[in-house]
Design a protein around this ligand. Structure first.
Ligand code: ZN
Length: 333
């Protein structure tokens, strides 16, 4: 059945099923956790189960109601915020005004994706709506950074935490998508528990491009090659403009590489590696690096990520971080 298709989130799923069995549904939820861990899928499945014409504690996926929800045309279910950078007051007004008496004597379900990216006016409008929710209305806020949601909103909601998926579960899903076993294993480690992240590596030749970037960057860390070469390899890997998001991703990649080198050379706990297929390369030449040097590079990258949060030029921040890393590499200590 439908809830069974959600992998690795037993705590959240069991809680939701219990509310269905008891027919005691809290009016407001927050589904928190990293993107790509099943938050939206779970919200949609719950919306279907609340409106299913056949089952009372799951979604059958075949009745008129389930099919209409999957097709995005059921009047009882509204989804806003998907892919949005910001949610405004008008979107919240729309859903609160459309929360009239739901059809079939079932539930009106409002799913607000990226709820943490709402404007203050939108949060205030939500709060008014949540204070006196209409009967048979369920609101589900999906958020990565719960600390951005005002306490007044949070205190009216039941928060269900979605944890990162295990490598085994990610691998199982990738194999079901037809990805070859060897690639699936590498991608599962790179995913850090998020199916969203796997998309970066399942595209055509993405793994090969990543391999070239990684080899080039490790060379750069050993004091060979130039900043320009690293930038070119990164661009080839991602085939897109150097914007804030892209530079942030580069910094995350570099932080993962430094983490991995620390794991291989100091902690020797290879199970935790992100770049599992680079085990040999990560050790090669880095035992000579002092831990202090690696930590200094990590700090340069962390500062770069902070700088990206301000309105400075992402290209400039990227170059300045790479040149500073080079200086640290070339220092003798
Ligand atoms: Zn159904």
């Amino acid at each position: 059945m439908s809830f069974d298709r959600i992998k690795g989130q037993e705590v959240a799923v069991n809680y939701l099923r219990k509310t269905l069995i008891r027919q005691h549904i809290p009016p407001t939820f927050i589904f928190s956790g990293t993107a790509g861990t099943g938050r939206l899928l779970t919200a949609m499945t719950f919306a279907k189960a609340l409106n299913c014409l056949r089952l009372s504690d799951d979604a059958c996926d075949t009745c008129k109601s389930c099919v209409a929800i999957d097709g995005g045309v059921h009047p009882n279910v509204s989804v806003i915020g998907i892919g949005n950078d910001s949610i405004g007051i008008d979107e919240i007004r729309n859903i609160s005004e459309s929360s009239f008496m739901p059809i079939n004597n079932k539930y009106k379900v409002n799913i607000i994706d990226n709820a943490d990216k709402s404007t203050m006016e939108a949060f205030n409008s939500m709060l008014k709506f949540f204070e006196e929710p209409p009967e048979r209305t369920v609101n589900i806020l999906i958020a990565e950074n719960v600390s951005l949601i005002p306490e007044t909103v949070k205190s009216r909601a039941v928060e269900l935490k979605f944890k990162p998926l295990s490598n085994e579960i990610v691998m199982e899903i990738l194999l079901a998508q037809g990805i070859a076993k060897q690639s699936a294993e590498v991608i599962a480690h790179l995913s850090k528990g998020s199916l969203e992240r796997t998309k970066l590596y399942t595209e055509d030749a993405a793994l090969e491009k990543r391999e070239q970037f990684l080899k080039g960057f490790l060379k750069f860390l050993r004091g060979e090659g130039s900043v320009g070469e690293v930038v070119a390899l990164w661009k080839a890997f991602h085939k897109r403009d150097i914007d804030r998001e892209n530079v942030n991703l580069l910094f995350e990649n570099i932080a993962d590489i430094i983490d991995d080198i620390l794991i291989v050379t100091i902690m020797k706990d290879t199970e935790r590696l992100v770049n599992i297929d680079f085990l040999g390369h990560l050790a090669d030449g880095f035992f000579a690096f002092s831990r202090g040097k690696l930590e200094q590079i990590y700090e340069v990258v962390t500062n770069g990520k902070m700088a990206l949060l301000t309105n400075a030029n992402p290209m400039y921040i990227m170059l300045s971080v790479l040149f500073t890393i080079r200086e640290v590499v070339d220092e003798h200590f």
